[in-house]
Design a protein around this ligand. Structure first.
Ligand SMILES: Cc1ncc(COP(=O)(O)O)c(C=O)c1O
Length: 418
């Protein structure tokens, strides 16, 4: 069969990826979690402390989420059964959308199966009309931060924009955004600016106040204005004293905010919040909403319980605990002579190692000692800036953090990194 030739090419490509050290398919399978106050992942019968999860508040193990999910799936079944507009729309989906809108101070929200699906739909919808009869104009410039997440990059790729219709501004640089906006006045009807809130490689965040100030300066100079889309998947439920993410920390709002239910909220799925008109339009235009199932009703119930919890005094206590854990880890790593790849006040703490092979050896050694951590390597970070990305959770105890810092130091010492 001639297709065997193609499968040979696939094999060759897999080998190439393996040899370059970038393959990702060799995963650790978690069998269980023990009932420790900070649950450890059980892999092959051994416990592992998880320092590479986005479960920033430890909500995935919270009893109120588990019982909400259990009750909803007992009553409503385990899956949605159809896409939203056919027969897969449950009251709990709508309750969750209203709750998310209220939490973020917006008119409405729309849930997607993931934040990746949300970004694809939101970005495409606000750039391109959906049919040749659509009244939505296509004369749009798209401007994106140079280190945006892959889901944003793919969202910008989808409409197949011409070279002159897209521009990249320098990472975290509002002046660079301003230069682009200034030089395109008169050439486009509308601009869409897109950025991550918190950037997951280094834990840095976009100062939305600076971005908003620049946008306001140029908005009137484009007939349909400038829309700001912010993906704050790592910010919401992790950042800011009430967990409202970058908007709370920088004091300015996006026009459309995209979030995930699968990180700080401890459930699964994605969403966007914004003005009623925009959300109504997204419900009509989003292929990943119209032609793809929503989250299961049990998952929506768990997410609803998570938003309620985050928006309560218990949520504030968890956020404070997370903040204390960040301070504790930074203090301990600093005392042991580790350097950070960037200053971060977020639960993502990037420990600078520098060399790619050493970074990978450190991850392996830490696994042998019972810790799950991840390395971020070139070309995701510049050469010589390879890092260990440590992710903290409110569920870590002080003992967990001390044990982690000690193990990291011993491992780094054994490998002559420190
Ligand atoms: C910035 C950002 N956006 C979107 C996503 C995708 O989130 P989800 O898992 O809900 O698709 C991620 C997850 O890695 C992310 O880091």
């Amino acid at each position: 069969m001639a297709r065997e030739n193609f499968y040979q090419l696939l094999k060759k490509e897999l080998l190439r990826l393996d040899e370059s050290g970038t393959s990702k398919r060799f995963e650790h399978f978690i069998d269980d979690f023990n009932s420790d106050p900070s649950p450890k992942a059980m892999i092959g019968g051994l416990p592992y402390s998880v320092f590479n999860s986005n479960d920033y508040l430890g909500l995935r193990h919270h009893p109120s989420l588990k019982s909400a999910e259990h009750a909803a799936s007992l009553k409503l079944g385990t899956g949605p059964g159809a896409v939203r507009f056919i027969s897969g729309s449950f009251a709990v989906h709508r309750q969750l959308e209203k709750r998310l809108a209220k939490f973020h101070g917006r008119e409405d929200a729309i849930i997607y199966s993931s934040a990746f699906a949300a970004n694809l739909a939101v970005i495409f919808s606000l750039i391109r009309g959906q049919s040749k009869d659509s009244v939505i104009g296509n004369n749009v410039l798209v401007i994106s931060d140079e280190l945006n997440h892959r889901s944003i990059i793919d969202g910008v790729r989808l409409p197949n924009l011409g070279k002159e219709e897209k521009a990249i501004f320098k990472h975290l640089d509002a002046d660079s955004l301003e230069e682009i906006l200034k030089s395109h006045v008169g050439k486009f009807h509308r601009v869409v600016v897109i950025t991550d809130g918190v950037f997951s490689m280094l834990g840095e965040y976009q100062d939305l106040q600076k971005i908003r100030t620049v946008i306001n300066r140029y908005d009137q100079q484009y007939p349909e204005g400038i829309l700001l889309i912010v993906d704050d998947c790592h910010g919401v439920g992790a950042f800011g004293s009430t967990g409202r993410g970058c908007e709370e920390v920088s004091g300015a709002k996006a026009d459309v905010l995209v979030g995930t239910l699968g990180k700080g909220f401890g459930a699964d799925g994605g969403y966007a919040v914004g003005d009623q008109t925009v959300i109504d339009y997204l419900r009509e235009s989003s292929a990943t909403y119209i032609y793809s199932n929503s989250i299961a009703p049990g998952c929506a119930a768990a997410a609803l319980a998570a938003v309620d919890l985050l928006d309560s005094s218990d949520g504030v206590i968890l956020l404070r605990k997370l903040k204390d854990n960040i301070t504790e880890l930074k203090t301990q790593l600093n005392k042991k002579g580790f350097q950070l790849a960037a200053e971060s006040s977020h639960p993502i703490q990037p420990v600078l190692i520098g060399d790619s092979l050493q970074t990978k050896a450190l991850v392996k050694k830490m696994f042998e000692k019972g810790f799950l951590i991840s390395s971020i390597n070139y070309p995701v970070v510049p050469k010589g800036r390879d890092e260990i990305r440590v992710q903290l959770s409110a569920s870590h105890t002080r003992e967990d953090i001390t044990a982690f810092a000690n193990a990291l130091f011993e491992s780094a010492h054994d490998l002559a990194i420190i």
